[in-house]
Design a binder for this molecule. Structure first.
Ligand code: ASP
Length: 342
């Protein structure tokens, strides 16, 4: 007889575990015991489940880097006890958390699957049950005694995604996430079909958990008409070390002199500027158009096909690990956890 897989279910909150507050009518999180009651199927799974509920379940809009570190430490502490982890999480910032965990958990060789739902578990048409049950199955899945998935993923509405490639693009449909620049890792129908070519390969190294992030970053999203005051306010924000410049198309921006001057001055002051496209799919390609040549010349780093969510997490991770500008640039241009195509 094969041994049952052990999966640890970490409950952070999110819509899946929410109900309407009788007084205000707002959706607020309820505790894990209530959630368990709504899913009696959990006890019928052929998996040994262990639970770690957050004492104060949260709406993921309140997510903080300190909680990403807390989650990474929880996984480290319980790593040898489990075959896989499922994290129940609100969908709003799930892509940020999945990205952050991918950087914090170095040499991960077990599945960490984030999931949640668009409708609370107590509602009749909830998408939460299928999401949770299949996420547990994926976290428990083994082939030749080895975990099939060995990375941080999001499972939502029948699809398994590489977490740091995702973006929440829909707040209405059950299919809330997309991974425009990287293939889906598995599709769940009658059975779960894994795309072995897209899944990260396991290695023999031991897990190394990083426990610091530096949040001194900002996002400067360009739009036609953005004023010099706004650009300079962001570039000169107190304590800022790095900026994600969200540009048009394949990394293009205004060629107005004041704008290029402001970028040049910021870089000379030592601020890192990472160019990330506002498009959902495709990549930044410096020099394709004349409108990105000035950025490249000033020393802006091309973010390739990284998502804004992964760029936020990667910058926080890289800045916490080194202050050497050359090293930061090298790391930003490298594929650390499958987050960019190089
Ligand atoms: N506001 C909720 C959250 O992110 C939305 C969700 O769970 O889908 O916690």
């Amino acid at each position: 007889m094969t041994k049952k897989s052990k999966v640890i279910l970490i409950y952070t909150g999110g819509t899946i575990g929410m109900m309407e507050d009788a007084k205000s009518g707002h959706l607020i999180p309820f505790d894990f015991k209530q959630l368990q009651k709504q899913i009696p199927e959990l006890s019928r799974l052929d998996v040994e489940l262990l639970y770690i509920p957050f004492e104060h379940p949260m709406d993921s809009s309140n997510m903080q880097p300190a909680i990403w570190i807390k989650l990474a430490k929880l996984i480290e502490k319980n790593y040898s006890k489990a075959d896989g982890f499922v994290i129940l999480h609100g969908s709003d910032t799930m892509s940020f958390t999945a990205s952050a965990l991918s950087f914090l958990l170095d040499n991960l060789n077990k599945p960490v699957i984030l999931t949640g739902s668009q409708l609370p578990i107590g509602t009749i048409r909830t998408d939460g049950k299928e999401n949770l049950i299949t996420a547990i199955e994926i976290a428990a899945a083994k082939e030749n005694n080895k975990s099939v998935v060995t990375e941080v993923c999001i499972y939502f509405e029948s699809q398994l995604y590489r977490g740091n490639r995702t973006h929440k693009f829909n707040s209405e449909h059950f299919k809330a996430f997309q991974s425009a620049n990287y293939p889906i890792l598995a599709k769940a129908g009658v059975s779960i079909h894994y795309k072995h070519n897209a899944l990260k390969k396991a290695n023999n190294k031991s897990l190394k958990v990083h426990t610091s992030l530096d949040a001194n970053i900002a996002i400067l999203k360009l739009f036609p008409g953005i004023t010099q005051n706004v650009v300079e306010a962001i570039l000169n924000a107190k304590g800022i070390k790095a900026i994600i410049l969200e540009t048009f198309g394949s990394g293009n921006a205004s060629t107005e002199k004041w704008f290029i001057d402001a970028i040049n001055t910021a870089i000379k002051k030592g601020i890192i500027i990472l160019n990330v496209t506002q498009c959902n799919a495709g990549a930044v390609q410096h020099g394709k158009y004349a409108t990105s040549a000035g950025l490249a010349k000033a020393g802006v780093i091309a973010g390739a096909d990284i998502t804004t969510e992964a760029a936020v997490a990667k910058l926080m991770f890289v800045l916490a690990n080194t202050s050497n500008k050359k090293e930061i640039e090298k790391l930003l241009k490298s594929d650390l956890r499958g987050e960019i195509t190089v």
